[in-house]
Design a protein around this ligand. Sequence first.
Ligand code: SF4
Length: 482
Amino acid sequence: MINNKMTLLTKSKYLNGLQCPRLLWYANKKLLPEVSLSDQHKFDQGHDFEEYVKKLYPDSVDLNGLDFKENIDKTKEAVQSNKTIFEAGFMVDNLFVRSDLVIPTEDGWDLFEIKSTTSVKPQHIPDLAFQKHVLQKSGLKVNKCYLIYINNEYVKNGEINPKDLIIQEEVTEKVDLVVDIESNAKKFLETISQEQTPDICISMQCNKPYECPLKKECWSTLPENNVLQLTNWRVYWKLLEEGVEDINDIPKGTKLAAKDQIIIEAIRENKPILSKEHIKHFLKSLNYPLYHFDFETFDTAVPIFDNSRPYQKMAFQYSLHIEQKDGSVEHREFLSDEGDPRPALLEQMKKDLKGTGDIIVFNKSFEISVMKQLAEDFPEHKEWLLQAVDRIVDLADPFRAFYYYNKSQKGSYSIKKVLPAITGKSYDELEIGNGGDASMMYFYSHIRQKLENKDEIRQNLLKYCGLDTEGMILIMGKLKEL
Ligand code: SF4
C-alpha cells in the first residue's frame, strides 16, 4: 500500500545525502533555492539527449510523466510482459528509484543510466549502485549495468543518427564494488526524518561532485577575509579542517605559496599590492592599436547546427574596442539574430580585426579555443583566424601573476572582480551581469524562442558585452596610472 505521506528516499536524495546531510535535509523539505536558468538549461540538455536514446528502442514502453503510483503499477505490468522500459519505477522499504532504462535479457535485466556528460564520472557509479540495490530488493534480477553518454567526437551533418551520438559503456564491476548502500540509506532516512537542520560542515563536498545550491547561504557564515580565498586549495581546506577560518588567524610558520602571501599582505596592509616593474614591462610590450575583444557563446549537449559538436562553444556575439596610441577609441560589435551565428560573425569579424595591433582579451584560453574551432569548421577563414590567434595578448596575465592585487578581489583574477577592484566600476547595475546569463538569455530568446522580450534582451546583451571590452580599456588605463 502506497501512502503519499510516507518518508521516501529517492535516488536524487540518496545522492544529495552522499554529498552532504544538510543538503539532503533541505532537498527533502523542498527548501532549496529556485533553479537558475542555467541549471534548467542543463536539465533540458539531459532531456534532449534522452529523446535520442529513446529513438534506438522504438518498441519500448515509456513511463515518463506518470505520477508516482501509476508509474509503479505500470512498471509491474511492463516487467511481467518482459518489455524494454524507460523511466521504470521501483519502490521497496521507503527507497524509490525511477531508472532511465531497463532491458530484459536471458540472464536478468540490464540497467542503464543516461547522462548528458561526455564520459563516465565517479559520481555515476553510486547512482547506478543505489538503483541496482532497489531493483534487486524489489525482486528484479539485475544482470549488467551501463552508462549511456554523449560521444563528444560526433560532428552533426544533416539529420542526427542516434547511434553516432551515443556511447554505451559497461560499468557492472565498478557498481558491484559499492557496498555501503544499506547503511547509507538507513542513515539518510534518519536525517530526513529529523526536525533540526543538520549542522553546517563546510568542506570540499560543497563543490564535489556538484556545486551545492546552498553554498551562498552556508558560506555566508565565513568571515569576510576567509582562508577559502587563498589559491592553494590543499592548504585552505586543511586550515579550515583545523578550525582556522579567518586569514588573520593563520598560524605563524604555515607554509604558503607566494601568491597567498600577497593575499595576506593586502589584507594586513589594507591596500593593493603591486609590482610596478612587472606592470611596466607588460604595458611596454603592447603593440598599438589595441583591439580589445570579447566573445559570448552558448552550447548544447546535442548539436543544433551542422558542422558543430556536442557542447561546442558557439560564438553569437562579440564586442571590440579599438584603442589608438593617442587614446582615441572606436567601438564595433556583432550580435547574431536567429540561425547558425557563425557565418555572419566570421564575415564581420574578419573586417573588424583587420590590422596588425595586439588583440587584447581577458583569459585568452577561451577566445583562442573558440577561434581555433571556428578555423577548423570554416577552413575558408582559417588563415586570418590563426593570424588573429597569434596577435592575442592576455590582460588577465598581470592579475593571474598577482602583479596587482586588491583584497576586494577575494582571491580571484576574473574581470568581474578585477574591474570593480581597480576602477570602481561594476556589472551590478546591468540587467545581464555575467557570461552565463548572457548565454542563457540569447539562447532562450533567439535559438529556442521561450522568452518574449527579445528586443530588450538584445539591448542588454549589447550593454553587457560592451562593458567587458570597455572595462579592459579602463583596467589598462589604471595600470598605466599605477
Ligand atoms: S554548502 Fe556545503 S555545508 Fe552547505 S549544504 Fe552544501 S555541501 Fe553542505
